[in-house]
Design a protein around this ligand. Sequence first.
Ligand code: PRP
Length: 205
Amino acid sequence: MLRLALPKGRIMEESLPLLKNIGIMPEEEFFAKSTRKLEFNTNLPELKIIVVRAFDVCKFVENNAADIAICGLDVLEEFNDTLNICKLKNLDIGHCRLSFAKKNGHNPQGSILNIATKYPNIVSKYLENTGFEANIIKLNGAIECAASLGLCDMICDLVSSGRTLKENNMTEKLSILNVTSYLVASKTSLRIKNKLINDFVNKFN
Ligand code: PRP
């Protein structure tokens, strides 16, 4: 049996047509708005789907709770410390970028900038590499609001259409990561369930 982790939200929306194209359909209850279930059968007897939060995908795969997953490069870069995850295929969905942005007209007063982000590991690595000093404020959401309300001088967050920045009176300043979603697998599952995983990956070719 293979367990595939799908992140809620935009990646899920783009993953379902991709799965449908290769003949994979979750059971009907998956689509029921009222369902509280998180694990679903599919039309393939050997494949189950679990629905997880985007930022938790790596945890599930690293610990072999899921054998495979669809995961944004942003999450892989931020959370994949244990190296038990292997990228199998760039699925060319979930296109966006991780960028620094600033509130229009804001001029920082202090010498050290405050940067709000959901990605403290990526941002601190970037700062280390560039020799730039800043305080990182870790938030879990509403990042753009933090800038409008003066909680930070800059933000570092995903930009897709640019609409969120525009509607919050902000401007993108510097993009540091181009993001797409990957099919990934736990290295342990790859060893133990090699044929099942290879057959699954080959469906995408
Ligand atoms: C992401 C990101 C931005 C927004 C950018 O949030 O954090 O807020 O999308 O997209 P745009 O450029 O098309 O406006 P998401 O909607 O994934 O929700 P989240 O804040 O809960 O992560």
